[in-house]
Design a protein. Sequence first.
Lengths: 442, 87
Amino acid sequence: MISKAQHADVLVVGAGPAGMAAAIAAATHGCRVLVLDDNAAAGGQIWRKGIADRSESKVRDSKQAALRAAFRASGAELLPGRRVVDAPRQGILRTVVDTPAGPIAESFAWDRLILATGARERFLPFPGWTLPGVVGAGGLQALVKGGYPIAGKRVVVAGTGPLLLAVAAHLRHDGATVVSIAEQAALRQLVPFAASMWSHPAKLKQGTRYRRALAGVPYRIGWWPVAVEKASSGILVRLTNGKRTVDEPCDLLACGFHLVPNTELAELVGCKLNGDVVEVNEQQHTTVAGIFCAGEPTGIAGLDAALVQGEIAGLAAAGHTEQLSSLSRMRAKECAFGQRLNAAFRLRSEVTLLSAPDTIVCRCEDVTFSRLQGHSSWTEAKLQTRCGMGPCQGRICGPAVQSLFGWRAASVRPPIFPVPISAFGNNDSDSLEEVNAFQETQ
Amino acid sequence: MPEGATATKTVMIWINGSAWNVPEGSVVGAAMLAAGEPCRKSVSGEPRTALCGMGVCFECRAVIDGVSQQRTCQLVCRDGMHVDTQS
């Protein structure tokens, strides 16, 4: 089928807090704004709705409720269930949406593009991490919101980052027994971070609330998971602090090592990275004309940074730069918070050395640690072992391999998500050419 | 509805041939984890379940109504849906 590309003055990718804030700012300044998101609803990962609170009226968090209301009133149009797979030419993004009749490809033309693609969890391999029962920390929270019955389940929460406490508090609230929380960061890193929080009273208050909700749960600072085994009932998680080990019997291990910015789309459209994050100026403008980026892809800094960066990007994309100076102080403050956050939760070397020779590193292709050893680069390892060539396209093993071996993933190629060829049906010949290109890369 | 049951609506889905009642709106990947059924078998035959829960890792791929490679963490259960472990 032939379909005409929809046009947006401002096209936003990602309907999390940054994307919503960007869309509101641009739409309320008269732009036609379309917002694409892979998920079924707006809110991103942080504001993912549970099956018990589908209705808008049940949103208790006032910041979230206000942003959702402003988003609905803004005139920005949300197009959910769309994953962006390609940017066939300047000014066009191509998406795939699953419908009851099968996947369908669509095109979107933009004058300005705002990338608010968020972040994912960093996973590090250790023996047993591929066993059922080992889930991401945010991953388990998402599954619980999606109806997984967590009540009565024994859960160990391990890894690093502020997400661990938030997840543990939510799981306990939903009836889980949180057996233990293991935070790999050393106390000497966390103390200065905690001490700096006086300048962020709202965040401090939230952290205190989580700690209070977790009263009685061991919070092991400077501990990390080393192995998981199947047990007669559930799993056995081995934790260590480098001197002592404890074995925690449980049903689930919720494990994640802070966050990794989703930069694949930014890379695909030619934006320059600065290290692992998308390079932007004070107006969230990337190195490519007309393309802005906001929130976690520009550096992991959390919700408040995402909101202010999103608003700045939306205003800048709408051409209303005169309002930006009032936001720049808050932007600087939140970016500085992000830097302290990432320093506090940086990985200790021990957690990058947990793999046994037979530990799987690439879960899509079951590539073991020993098969990766001896290679000199990501590209070489990929060609020799198929590491990173499965459907996740290196999103999971890429950051792991970078932590383990120091290899940086090679450049991004379309499609940036696997695409069933049927999605393109009988599109025009132009598309057919690109379909062939897709087949080559699969 | 059995006595004492709450008013939560449920839908019935088939997971590897067994019928399961799940709360309406449940995500397929969550239902599979609860049922103790793997989403897929890895290339070396390991059972796998959802890891990231947000559509990125592709560990939760399963066969939905005969269509393979579906990310079950991004998919809501529909009444009568057939879900099978992908091997």
